[in-house]
Design a protein around this ligand. Structure first.
Ligand code: HEM
Length: 308
């Protein structure tokens, strides 16, 4: 999206950013003792803040190089090129810092969340190989056939694939506590008095995995989203992208990215799990798997013709 259709990110660059995301994720799960006892900061405690600052410096350096490398003219204009053009006309608004952070938010907000969702969806498909996976493949084969690859325009005709993604986001919302919000006015939530200016965290994971809101919440059952409902129109019991003015602006793109990636992987390969699939979740601001998913794949016979 940032680099346009022709843009290519080299493996080394991608690896560099993956390391930064991993460092950031590791720092965010550590408790910061200075938050509770601020005076300890004078005695050299507060390593979390130090780590965060270092990662932030790394992110800024990475982004500066990224913009320098991919923002230059030549070829199709990409998002970086557009932002740099705007900087020429409105320099006080489109500062280097604003452009850097704007791109960072998009990359950081988009990558880990969609990759994690894809990995969880696949974990459940492999665990339910003969039922859910077979049904999803039949739906894709019926609509798309075997002479071309599935693309974004097919997704409205693949409702069961959409249900698999919704059910994955219900069980493993990528951002389990959404983002911290601050009450702009005094209010009451669930009977509790919330003063103005209070930081509020919404535990979407709990809401979406509670037997009070969902029947058999521990069962992966895409069928519960069938019948034209994708869950997003329901009350506040399904909110993997948050709600309201600060809800995720990348929701549609995320559903399309995960849909196309998952759909193509189902369409093109026969998958087999390696051993039993452990569904334990790791710690962090993003709901990752505790153990990386391991699977075997074999191309389906028609793929050779398609690629030749
Ligand atoms: C499966 C994928 C994704 C999930 C589950 C997800 C989830 C979320 C959630 C829960 C929030 C906070 C909402 C709140 O606190 O009310 C958020 C914010 C945000 N997301 Fe996503 N997101 C995903 C993909 C993306 C993508 C693809 C992009 C951009 C291309 C993106 C960009 C953002 C941005 C910029 C914000 C901050 C919005 C603001 O503060 O106003 N996200 N996302």
């Amino acid at each position: 999206m940032i680099l346009g259709r022709a843009g290519v990110v080299e493996e080394e660059e991608a690896e560099g950013f993956r390391d930064i995301v991993a460092e950031m994720a590791a720092a965010t799960v550590e408790a910061n003792v200075v938050d509770f006892l601020p005076f300890l900061g004078w005695f050299g405690f507060g390593s979390v803040e130090r780590k965060m600052r270092l990662v932030q410096e790394k992110r800024e350096r990475f982004m500066e190089n990224f913009i320098g490398k991919h923002g230059g003219g030549g070829g199709e204009k990409n998002l970086i090129g557009f932002l740099l053009d705007l900087q020429r006309y409105e320099a006080e608004c489109y500062t280097d810092e604003m452009i850097r952070n704007f791109l960072l938010v998009i990359i950081q907000g988009a990558i880990h969340t969609t990759a994690t969702t894809l990995e969880w969806a696949f974990s459940h498909l492999l665990a339910n190989q003969h039922t859910i996976q077979a049904r999803a493949r039949a739906e894709i084969d019926n609509l798309v056939g075997r002479s071309r690859l599935l693309d974004g325009s097919d997704l409205p005709g693949l409702p069961y694939l959409g249900c698999i993604i919704s059910e994955t986001l219900r069980m493993h919302p990528a951002a389990p506590l959404l983002m911290p919000h601050v009450s702009s006015e005094e209010c009451r939530v669930g009977g509790f008095h919330v003063p103005r200016g209070t930081m509020l965290l919404v535990n979407a994971w709990e809401i979406q995995n509670s037997p009070e809101t969902w029947k058999d919440p521990e069962r992966f059952s895409p069928g519960r989203f069938e019948g034209g409902k994708n869950g997003f129109e329901s009350e506040f019991k399904f909110l993997p992208f948050g709600r309201g003015r600060r809800a995720c602006p990348g929701q549609r793109l995320a559903m399309e990215m995960v849909g196309v990636a998952l759909g193509c992987l189902i369409q093109c390969f026969e998958w087999e799990k390696i051993g039993e699939i452990d569904m334990k979740e790791g710690k962090g601001v993003v709901t990752t798997r505790l153990q990386p998913l391991r699977a075997k794949l074999a191309p389906r016979p028609f793929l050779a013709n398609l690629l030749s």
